[in-house]
Design a protein around this ligand. Sequence first.
Ligand code: NAD
Length: 549
Amino acid sequence: MPDLMMTEIPTGMELLRNPFLNKGTAFTEREREMLGLRGLLPPRVLSMEEQCARVLESVRRKPTDLGKYITLMALYDRTRNLFYRVIEENLEEMMPLIYTPTVGQACKEFSHIFRKAQGLFIAAKKRGRIREILQNWPYKNIRIIVVTDGERILGLGDQGVNGMGIPIGKLCLYTACAGIHPLSCLPVCIDVGTNNEELLSDPLYLGMQNRRPRGQEYDDLMEEFMMAVKDVFPRALLQFEDFGNHNAFRLLENYKDRICCFNDDIQGTAGVAVAGIFSAMRMTSRKLQDQKFLFLGAGEAGTGIGELIVSAMRDQGIPEAQARQHCWFVDSKGLVVKNRENLAEHKLTFAHDHEALPDLLSAVHALKPTAIIGVSGQPRTFTQEILEAMARYNERPLVFALSNPTANSECTAEEAYRWTEGRAVFASGSPFAPVSYNGKTYAPGQGNNVYIFPGVGLGAIASRAGKITKEMFLVAAKILAEQVGEEDYQKGNIYPSLTKIRKVSAVIATAVANVAFERGLAGIPRPDDLATYIRSQMYIPQYPAYIQE
Ligand code: NAD
């Protein structure tokens, strides 16, 4: 247990108030006697299994998802081991509550439902004192930091300091899915203000009530933060989360070689989408080099996926310039082409020589792609006409509707199957219920980043990697695709079942750590048996025995 030594075990109420040590009703008779707990708990001693059943009953009884979220986060504050046991054993039920979509609603309500600090808030007005603020965090052995500035929270836009729910939720997934010890996780929200009028005029809003600064002022603050992290938590991996795309690409570029960091919206999404592509290739016995990808949306997710596809093709011997010709983008102004003016930096390398086209439909007809990938945040943009055209040009069209939440999906699973006569290889960003079409039931998979970032994070921190590379995400994508079984393919699912996530994360972590060792990026000697070493680093949510019976 990092940071908390058994010799420091407090007693009485102080013990019950420490979420990392508290066992609640599971303290044994002898522990109650010896640790000053007599009378502070109801008399009956429960096992952890009985406690899990009580929690599940109380969560399920809440009529709203936000109510369930609040119940779960109250448990998080009281008894972290029990919280993780409940999450881990019921991941499919709990993930939509502790993460998207419910966490989005929780962020919107954050200032109104805030109860207790669960992470660090760094306000821009504290410039010059960020190191000191980081030192206020009570746990010192921090290995993973998830940081946001709240500017582009899920599909909800600028949520300012209310975005804190996202780093907290992401770190819950690191622990539940890859066994990162909860004491090693630090959620951070950088509060530079907000441009959200509703929040600016909400008297209960808890963040700074000024507009967001841009340019040098913002960059200087981030530089101070990044250097303070390096100094105070030198063994930490930092994940950028839900930054606006005008900052996200620049921050990643500035820091990727100086600090062990990555951006999940760009690189994690790329990993899971490319895994889906590899898996679809396996499922349909096709080759990557024969594919042409057409993206709707050329932001963090889209160009991140495009870059990793290029890496995957280069890995297969295709020259970079040629690989880029396999990836085409349509954004809000139409097809991204060379002669368009004022193209953002991240789109330039995907701007090809072609006449301007106004929209996705015209681009599908002109380019005849084998795959369409929706990362635009625009609902119902994979129309019947577009999907029918994809089915006309392809035996098995790849249709990835990755925009979140469900209401923003470019098409539903049902539409994807119906309008392609059941021939689409479909994946979505948000989950869809199984679909019956022409006597067959399809249970398509969710291209959820949770398949990638926990494993990459575990591999990086276990090997003490000095940096996170594109190769690590490519390896993670390949390994993830290999975890998909025939039983998944039978259902039309190109991802493995979420019930296998801890095993999947361990295998990905081993492969990522292997890259760190092979490339000289690791900070420890290579263990003899890397897979066993990785598994030994994974936290298991269970109670320690404080007093031997
Ligand atoms: P972003 O803001 O960086 O990019 C959005 C892009 O969509 C921009 O290029 C914009 O020009 C384009 N766009 C907007 N309206 C359009 C329209 N009408 N037609 C065509 N293009 C349009 O956002 P992002 O981080 O890239 O995220 C985009 C979407 O992808 C979000 O809905 C997000 O939820 C989703 N996403 C899904 C996953 C996943 O499923 N694993 C991961 C990350 C992001």
